[in-house]
Design a protein around this ligand. Sequence first.
Ligand code: ZN
Length: 70
Amino acid sequence: MTGSEPCDACGDPIEEALARTVQLNVDRSEVDSQRLCPACFADWIERYRKQMQPKAPEREINGDTDIIVD
Ligand SMILES: [Zn+2]
């Protein structure tokens, strides 16, 4: 019995060899761990990266905008 567990994201049973467990520290207090299949893992990482990225200032140039860089 290999006991394949379902992916936390899509519910597909995943082989243990392919199982990925992701842990993330939220506000240095909470740890979230999920078991994801490779596809969902890649997807999750992608989303996580985007979330963690500092909001890129969208340069909206509409009319006069004073941008002061010190
Ligand atoms: Zn999945």
